[in-house]
Design a protein around this ligand. Structure first.
Ligand code: ADP
Length: 490
């Protein structure tokens, strides 16, 4: 029934306020008569004493009835609720103002009178009411001395009303009614204010809970509207919760997309790998089978040719498998690099030396613009050599005979950038964004010997060095690949 947070909070607030106001009113109503009695007694504290001083109520140990009568009359006029009693030193009634027959006690307890006279107790001090055996009342009292001897007490019951019910009490006092109304109005105001505040708070919680539910229903894939309201600017807990949830949901959506993308590219890669492996494998198998079945019919020349082709296919297979393995090792999260300072110009010289023969065979000019300045960089020398090899190999492969390939170093204050420029066929603008993807090969180069993995490996190596590879290319004019590395010191 009270499942919603707002209902729970409002019911609790209402209950608490009601309990508080009820106890407040009950306490006040319980206190009111006592307060009135205290006031009454304090106002009339010296009443009995003053009368005793003024009137000789006892004459030679006898009651002075005339004086008593005047006192009765006088007080009756002032306040008809007041009753006057004269007692002997033991508390036995000697004379009183009340009509005969209504007095039910002939003796009153002296202990409250002593307390009153000595002011030992807190006011109101209640004493016996001779007209009522069950009820005690506030009073004023004074001892009467005649010839230095205690002759008795003047005992004035101050009367005042006894209330049978709260309603009777409230009906009798305008102030009490006003006060009760004030408490009820404050209760209502507090309730309305509390209701509005709680509704405001619970609305935000509801909004958040609703957003979470919708996010769950969208299978954690759709970003949720309205969540930008929780921008953490208000700084309260709901705001913090909202902004954390917003960030969390964005992160989850991003991760889910990444997972889906990774899954798709993994599937694509498996398809590519199997396709790229199947083709050379099938050719290899075909040539070997021909060699096995028709060995006798083939001439020596044909046999050599077939073996040569089979070898080339097996070589291609080996290259593909080893590059795949290399890439997957580099893509491993814990790929470890061995950083060390080394001379980039020396490495460039060494790698170019390796390719010089191949370039010459194609009639290409492979040049290195090497400087005398120190060119130390801090990197993994084995991996940087791999990048250089891939880029120079590509430059040679994709530059027609008679072209030029140049490797140069650009030295800046903190970096050394290696540039490999060729005068080859260039790469079309639409292909440039894809050439670093695994297995991507420009259409017209598919018949050439290549795996489509070289640039993916080079890019990953540069990523591991917190660097990147840049490519500038113009069709039929040439291409420049470049990568920067931080300067290193020995
Ligand atoms: P591949 O083994 O096919 O060379 P890479 O990943 O090294 O694979 O290169 C991807 C594609 O980028 C190549 O197939 C080629 O089309 C293009 N490419 C790379 N380098 C050059 C270059 N220097 N000039 C022209 N095209 C290039």
């Amino acid at each position: 029934m009270f499942k919603r947070l707002s209902t729970k909070l409002i019911v609790t607030l209402f209950g608490l306020l009601l309990l508080m106001s009820a106890s407040f009113i009950a306490f006040a109503l319980w206190m009111a008569p006592m307060f009135l009695e205290e006031l009454n007694q304090k106002l009339n504290l010296d009443l009995a004493q003053n009368i005793v001083k003024e009137k000789h109520l006892m004459l030679d140990t006898q009651v002075n009835h005339d004086a008593m009568q005047t006192v009765f009359m006088g007080l009756m006029l002032v306040n008809p609720a007041i009753e006057v009693y004269l007692t002997d030193p033991q508390g036995n009634l000697l004379a009183y103002s009340a009509p005969k027959g209504v007095v039910k006690r002939q003796r009153i307890d002296l202990e409250p009178i002593r307390c009153f006279l000595e002011k030992k107790e807190h006011f109101p001090v209640l004493g016996n009411d001779p007209r009522d055996l069950t009820r005690d009342k506030v009073f004023s009292a004074a001892p009467i001395y005649e010839k230095q001897k205690l002759q008795g007490y003047l005992y004035i019951v101050l009367g005042g009303q006894a209330y049978d019910s709260v309603v009777a009490l409230l009906q009798s006092s305008y102030i009490l009614r006003l006060w009760t109304a004030a408490v009820v109005v404050s209760l209502l105001v507090a309730l309305i204010a509390g209701f509005l505040v709680l509704r405001h708070i619970s609305r935000r919680v509801q909004l958040l809970a609703g957003s979470m539910e919708r996010f769950k229903q969208s299978d954690f894939q759709q970003s949720i509207e309205h969540l930008d309201r929780f921008d953490g600017r208000r700084g309260d807990e709901i705001d913090q919760l909202g902004s954390t949830f917003r960030e969390m949901s964005e992160r989850i959506i991003h991760q889910v997309k990444l997972l889906q993308h990774n899954d798709a590219s993994r599937r694509e890669m498996v398809a590519n790998v199997s396709h790229d492996l199947r083709t050379p494998l099938a050719s290899l198998q075909g040539y070997l089978e021909t060699l096995m079945l028709k060995a006798e019919q083939l001439s020596d020349e044909q046999r050599h040719e077939y073996i040569d082709i089979a070898y080339k296919h097996s070589e291609r297979l080996r290259k593909l498998v080893s590059e795949l393995f290399e890439l997957s090792t580099l893509e491993n999260q814990d790929a470890r690099l061995h950083f060390e300072p080394f001379s980039m110009s020396e490495l460039v010289q060494d790698v170019c030396q390796k390719f010089r023969l191949e370039a010459e065979k194609k009639g290409l000019q492979l040049s290195t613009a090497i400087t005398t300045q120190p060119t130390f960089v801090s990197a993994d020398i084995g991996l940087i050599q791999r990048v250089l090899e891939n880029l120079i190999e590509n430059a040679i492969k994709y530059t027609p005979d008679g072209g030029q390939v140049a490797v140069s170093l650009i030295i800046a204050s903190k970096t050394i950038t290696t540039q490999i420029t060729d005068t080859g066929q260039g790469i079309a603008a639409e292909d440039i964004p894809h050439i670093f993807e695994r297995f991507y090969r420009v259409e017209k180069h598919r018949n050439l010997d290549g795996t489509g993995l070289g640039l993916a490996i080079a890019k990953r190596i540069m990523q591991l060095h917190n660097s990147s590879i840049d490519v500038q290319s113009r069709l039929n004019l040439g291409t420049t690949f470049s990568f920067p590395l931080p300067c290193g010191h020995i």
